[in-house]
Design a protein around this ligand. Structure first.
Ligand code: F6P
Length: 464
């Protein structure tokens, strides 16, 4: 049986259990490879003045990695440009923020070709190749052009939007056609797969075949829904470590007995933090009697800082948090703590455990692993309440959370009031239902189901 080769834009496996630099996706990919003979290929996260194609092969935290640097132009056009100024906003229903620029498109294509060239010498005939996310849509086609007949799968971590949103992209057809070079396309939830199928049928004269494949552009591809999960027992264990206990105690002391509401997100406009702050402000306005009894902590490490839309959301959040604190603070109380720093995962587990409410309200999110980690970190005897946006992939599985429309500050304020008033019996019942899902649909189940399905595909050269 061949190896599993995972390819993603950024390669950053955790070097230790509590590694602070690592988000949910990196944890999932590292977990998908650990213990096996596989390889994780992608970008180092660094740039060099000129592209060298030099491969760096090393084992990090038990995972074999092979990485390359980008050059400045690649960083600008492929990463900041096409990936994060064009595709990211479109895929998250923000066509108003999308920038269309041929240099971005060409840079995106070029980096995908370079990835294919750098990966090519590492691939053996029986290897399964699993490519991740919107940065690398053309990579499968580039490998095919270089003669690789391996099973190649693609998993999209972010939403696939409605066809009428996606057609704003000038080269929408070309990008979708590239997806038909894969053997298997995976989506987080059925809605995204359905939206993709709607596009294929309405814009590319495609169809669902009798064997259940999607057919267009003279090719057929298998499709499936594979909701990504976390390593729940491992995260629960992190929440019981000494580091987590200390961060929990530090926070309990700092909140002086007040009830803590917590949000943790990359600083991204898709995460709905502005709307969330407005919802919290509405809660403060509506409930004068509860004001000094609560405190909201929003952790938001900065992200993609060279992209204008990210600079703008940061300024707006700075202003909004200042305004809310100016309006409602007292000499001995500040309602909103807004922190742009990142924390170790074990510290985060302690912060989740110290809180009464986890407030996870993105405007759009492919899955949202913070919601799952919040559940895993809770004390089963006295758990906090998860408030979750209905526009996350996670909401499909975590329906025992309080689901809200994040655009409505009234709904967010009402959910906060309800969560803070919820008795222990209801909290425990809801938490148990959530934890059952989070531990059953975990990261191993995600990997195993995708890989088994990819292995079982009929392979290349399937004519429509
Ligand atoms: O989850 C979507 C995603 O783009 C991942 O592919 C990526 O690892 C994460 O967000 C963080 O983004 P970035 O690599 O741009 O910092």
């Amino acid at each position: 049986m061949g190896r599993l080769i995972i390819v993603s834009n950024r390669v950053n496996p955790p070097s230790s259990a509590g590694d602070e630099s690592v988000g949910g996706l990196a944890m999932a990919l590292a977990a998908a490879l650990r213990g096996g003979s596989g390889l994780w290929f992608g970008w180092t996260g660094k740039t060099a003045s000129a592209y060298s194609g030099q491969l760096k092969v090393e084992r990090i935290g038990g995972v074999m990695t092979a990485t390359i640097d980008l050059d400045e132009a690649g960083f600008c056009n492929y990463y900041n440009g096409y990936s994060n100024k064009t595709l990211w906003p479109l895929l998250h229903y923000r066509p108003d923020l999308a920038v269309y620029d041929r240099d971005f498109q060409h840079g995106y294509q070029l980096v995908n070709e370079r990835f294919a060239d750098a990966l090519a010498p590492l691939v053996e005939p029986n290897d399964l190749i699993w490519i991740h996310d919107y940065h690398l849509i053309p990579l499968g086609r580039e490998l095919r052009r270089r003669g690789f007949a391996n099973r190649i799968g693609f998993f999209l971590h972010v939403p696939w939007p409605a066809a009428q949103v996606f057609v704003n992209l000038p080269e929408h057809r070309e990008l979708v056609q590239a997806l038909f070079a894969y053997d298997l396309l995976g989506f987080q939830i059925q809605d995204y797969l359905q939206a993709f199928e709607d596009y294929v049928v309405s814009q590319a004269a495609g169809r669902r075949t009798e064997e259940g494949m999607l057919s267009a552009f003279d090719r057929s591809v298998e499709t499936g829904v594979f909701p990504i999960g976390i390593d729940a027992p491992e995260f629960a264990r992190l929440a019981r470590t000494q580091t987590a206990r200390s961060s929990r105690e530090r926070l309990i002391e700092a909140t002086a007995g007040r009830r803590l509401i917590v949000g943790v997100d990359r600083l991204d406009y898709s995460k709905g933090m502005e709307e969330r702050f407005l919802g919290f402000e509405r809660f403060l306005a509506d409930h004068a009697e509860l004001r000094s009894k609560v405190l909201m902590l929003q952790i938001a490490p900065v992200s993609r800082e060279q992209v204008l839309a990210y600079q703008e959301i940061r300024s707006r959040l700075d202003a909004l948090s200042g305004r809310i604190n100016g309006e409602y603070s007292d000499v001995d109380w500040t309602p909103l703590r807004y922190v742009n720093k990142s924390y170790r995962r074990d510290e985060l587990a302690g912060i989740y455990a110290a809180s009464c409410v986890g407030l996870v309200t993105p405007l759009r999110d492919g899955m949202n692993l913070v919601a799952k980690e919040y559940v895993a970190a809770q004390d089963s005897e006295d758990p906090g309440v998860l408030i979750l946006s209905q526009f996350t992939g996670a909401a499909r599985e975590l329906d025992a959370a309080l689901l809200v429309n994040p655009n409505s500050r009234e709904e967010v304020a009402d959910a906060l009031r309800r969560a803070l008033a919820m008795d222990r019996h209801e909290r425990t019942e809801r938490w148990q239902a959530l934890y059952d899902v989070v531990s059953r649909n975990d990261v191993q189940a995600w990997r195993d189901s995708f890989v088994a399905r990819l292995r079982a595909t009929r392979g290349l050269a399937i004519a429509a």
